[in-house]
Design a protein around this ligand. Sequence first.
Ligand SMILES: [Zn+2]
Length: 141
Amino acid sequence: MSKSKNQQGCPCGGPALETCCGPFISGERVPETAEQLMRSRYTAYVQGNEPYLLATWHRSTRPTDKIVDRNEALQWLGLEVKSALRLRQRKVTEGEDFVEFVARFRIGGKGQRLHEVSRFLREADDLGVQRWFYVDGQFPE
Ligand SMILES: [Zn+2]
């Protein structure tokens, strides 16, 4: 994996938006893993794509407030998905997965980091298609 950045790079750190998160966000493809969904949701945050964030949020925890505030001076700086090994060693429940990541952002001129272990469930959506949904997160620090 290259750490180099270029303008065509996917916001999540992938090589290109068109071959990474783009097809998930456009609905062309369904993310096959919780990590793919997590990455595409990060990219949707970068793009301010609220419909995609809501559509991929589990109905039990989906917010009713606005998620993306365009007046908020929040700038996403990068995503690092941590090794999933420790999480995989847990007892695995069918249709449930966890992704640990650190997302960096800047707000009010100050750099911050969000360290989260997100929980995902795989269920049928409104059209009966099996897909991953973001449920909630824990904060290890
Ligand atoms: Zn991506």
